[in-house]
Design a binder for this molecule. Structure first.
Ligand code: PXP
Length: 262
C-alpha cells in the first residue's frame, strides 16, 4: 500500500502569521503520526515564511516516523540538512515570490550540482528525492545523476481537476477536463517510466480529498505502484474542522481506494 507523508508547513504558517508560539508544528506532526501518517514532511524555505530551523531540529528529535525535509539546493540548506540528518531530503526549486512550489526541479540546468548533492547526502546516509515535472527527460537525468527517488509534481493535474466533481472528469469535454486528463496521462506515463528505470516514485502537490481518488484509481488500473503521496495543504485545511486525526485518517482511506469520501 502507498505511504502517506503529511506536510505540516501550514501549521507553522498560522503560527508565523501572529508571531506566537502556537500552533506548534511538532505537536501537529505527533498527532499526524498517531493518526497513521507514514512520514512527516516540512519545507524549510529560504525566506523562513513558515517552518523555522528549530522546527526541523525538533521534528527530527521527536518523531518516531521518517522525516522528509524539502529544500532548495543551496549551500545553506545542504549545511542544515547534513546537520539535522532527516531520513530524506526532497530537492525542490524555490522562488521567493511564489505562493507554493511552482514547477519541478530543473534537472538539466543543475545536473552537476545535483550529482554533487547526491554524493554528499549519500555519504551522510540521507536519501534524496528530486521533485520533478512529469517528463521523461528529467526522470532519465535524475537516474543518470545517480538518483534513486523522484517525486512527480501533480500540481497541473490537480489545478485542472480541482474545480470539478470527480464524476465529471472522465468524460467531460470542457478545456479544463481535457487538460486535466492530458496531465493525468503524463503522470501515469512518467510513473511507469521511472519505475521501469528502477526509481522509487512518489507523487505530490495540490492533492486533496476530491482529486486523489481518480489519481489513485488510475495508478491502480495501470498497475503502477506509487511509494508515497506527500500531501499538506488539504489535510491541514480539513483538520481545522475535523481535527488532525480524522483528516489524516480520511486521506489514508482514500489512498487505499476503499471509500470514496468527498
Ligand atoms: N511535495 C512537494 C515537493 C512540495 O513542495 C509540496 C508543497 O510544500 C507538497 C508535496 C505538498 O503540497 P500540498 O501542500 O499542495 O499538498
Amino acid at each position: 500500500m502507498s505511504r502517506l507523508g503529511v506536510n505540516i508547513d501550514h501549521i507553522a504558517t498560522i503560527r508565523q502569521a501572529r508571531g506566537t508560539l502556537y500552533p506548534d508544528p511538532i505537536s501537529a506532526a505527533k498527532l499526524a503520526e498517531l493518526a497513521g501518517a507514514d512520514a512527516i514532511v516540512c519545507h524549510l524555505r529560504e525566506d523562513r515564511r513558515h517552518i523555522q530551523d528549530e522546527d526541523v531540529y525538533q521534528l527530527k528529535k521527536n518523531l518516531d516516523i521518517p522525516l522528509t525535509l524539502e529544500m532548495a539546493l543551496t549551500e545553506e540548506m545542504i549545511r542544515i540538512a547534513c546537520d539535522v540528518k532527516p531520513t530524506t531530503v526532497c530537492l525542490v526549486p524555490e522562488k521567493r515570490e511564489e505562493l507554493t512550489t511552482e514547477g519541478g526541479f530543473y534537472v538539466k540546468k543543475r545536473f552537476d550540482e545535483l550529482k554533487e548533492a547526491l554524493r554528499v547526502f549519500n555519504s551522510k546516509n540521507i536519501a534524496v528525492s528530486v521533485f520533478i515535472d512529469p517528463d521523461e527527460e528529467s526522470i532519465g537525468l535524475v537516474r543518470e545523476a545517480g538518483g534513486q527517488i523522484i517525486e512527480l509534481h501533480t500540481g497541473a493535474y490537480c489545478e485542472a481537476h480541482s474545480s470539478l466533481m470527480t464524476a465529471h472528469f472522465h468524460d467531460c469535454h470542457c478545456e479544463l477536463c481535457v487538460v486535466g486528463r492530458g496531465n493525468l496521462k503524463r503522470i501515469l506515463h512518467s510513473a511507469q517510466f521511472s519505475i521501469s528505470l528502477g526509481l522509487q516514485c512518489n507523487a505530490g502537490h495540490g492533492l486533496d480529498y476530491s482529486n486523489i481518488s481518480p489519481l489513485v484509481s488510475a495508478f491502480k488500473e495501470n498497475k503502477i505502484s506509487i511509494h508515497e503521496y506527500n500531501i499538506g495543504h488539504s489535510i491541514i485545511a480539513r483538520s481545522l474542522f475535523t481535527g488532525i486525526k480524522q483528516a489524516v485518517g480520511d486521506m489514508k482511506k482514500l489512498l487505499t481506494n476503499r471509500d470514496n469520501l468527498l
